[in-house]
Design a protein around this ligand. Structure first.
Ligand code: PHE
Length: 349
């Protein structure tokens, strides 16, 4: 075998290695040259038959060729490993230019924000905040509030009746106002102080959902009210005026807001008044807007509280947080609050 033959052998190995498409086939090609019966190995074995000096010179040549074959193998192995890594990196690539997936940001409903605002203002002047059932007994919703059996508010046209009775056989309805909370709260308070020489004043607001058979741009079958009640031994209409005026000015952040107490009728108050407000500036300037019903609690109702109307007197009011939210945010259709359209609601975040 000549030098040229060795060069050819090396060239052949380089070609075979380069042509091997997979690591397994590369190892097969390696075996053909460097394995136990590979061509380079056979050449080295054949040296044994040669005389010493020839063995040396020829051995050196074959070893050079063997090194070149090994180098070619090494290079091809590395190229394959690099190609494999590249392919893997490409397959696992992340497109870091895609915008991230963010958590949806929630927010409070404008009516919830309004109720929280009402609670904070009344809490700051010593009112408790109470909560009660939306499915209410006929007695709490009407009878205890001095609404006679034939009162129009009790009719099916105004009230959602529930086809169920409570444990004591009383009909249930979806409360038409938060006023039954006057009765629930005052009765619990009176019971707690029964037999004591004196009783702390009852001072509470009760916001929540209320229901009536009514639906148009300014009425929704579900709406919100916030009841207020202050009962003591010396609480009068002038306290109602002071408390409610102070509340409105704080709520609307305006000192030149005007209030008007317009005579009205409710079965559970006597005398009764609608409370109207008028802004001194802004788009609603000078228009009287009704925001609450109110009055001095009727003696029959105080009796149903479990209290003596000769001793315990005071006032109640009921306002509409939905209406207050509409005025505060300048919204003209009540239904927007309850349609659940995020394009509307997200503006209040
Ligand atoms: N409950 C009355 C209504 O729904 C409002 C009101 C509450 C009036 C308390 C007087 C006293 O219209």
């Amino acid at each position: 075998m000549t030098m040229d033959d060795l060069d050819q052998l090396v060239a052949r190995a380089q070609q075979d290695f380069a042509a091997a498409p997979t690591p397994a086939e590369l190892e097969n090609a390696k075996a053909r040259f460097l394995g136990k019966t590979g061509r380079v190995t056979e050449l080295l074995k054949a040296l044994a038959a040669l005389p010493v000096d020839e063995k040396k010179s020829r051995g050196a040549l074959i070893n050079r060729a063997k090194e070149r074959v090994e180098a070619a193998l090494h290079e091809r192995r590395q190229a394959m490993a690099r190609a494999e890594l590249d392919a893997q990196l490409r397959a696992e690539a992340l497109d870091v230019t895609l915008p991230g997936r963010r958590c949806g940001e929630g927010g409070l409903h404008p009516v919830s924000m309004t109720i929280a605002r009402i609670e904070a203002i009344f809490a700051s002047i010593g009112f408790d905040v109470a909560d009660g059932p939306e499915i209410e007994t006929d007695w709490m919703n009407f009878t205890a509030l001095n609404s006679p059996q034939n009162h129009p508010a009790r009719s099916m046209q105004d009230t959602f009746y529930v086809d169920l009775k409570d444990d004591e056989g009383r009909w249930l309805n979806l409360r038409t106002h938060t006023s039954p909370m006057q009765v629930r709260y005052a009765r619990a308070h009176a019971a707690r102080y029964a037999g004591q020489p004196s009783m702390p004043d009852i001072r509470v607001i009760a916001p929540g959902r209320t229901y009536r058979v009514d639906s148009d741009a300014t009425h929704s079958p579900m709406f919100h009210q916030c009841e207020g009640l202050w009962i003591g031994e010396n609480v009068s209409f002038k306290d109602l005026k002071a408390v409610f005026t102070d509340f409105c000015r704080q709520f609307f952040e305006s000192d030149d807001l005007e209030l008007r107490f317009r005579p009205s009728f409710f079965p559970f108050t006597e005398p009764s008044a609608e409370i109207d407000i008028a802004f001194a500036s802004g788009p609603l300037k000078g228009r009287w807007l009704e925001v609450a019903g109110s009055g001095q609690v009727h003696p029959n109702v105080v009796r149903n509280f479990g209290l003596d109307p000769e001793r315990h007197i005071g006032f109640a009011f009921g306002m509409g947080p939905d209406r207050l939210a509409m005025l505060r945010y300048g919204i003209d259709d009540l239904r927007l609050f309850f349609d659940g359209d995020l394009r509307f609601l997200s503006q209040f975040r």
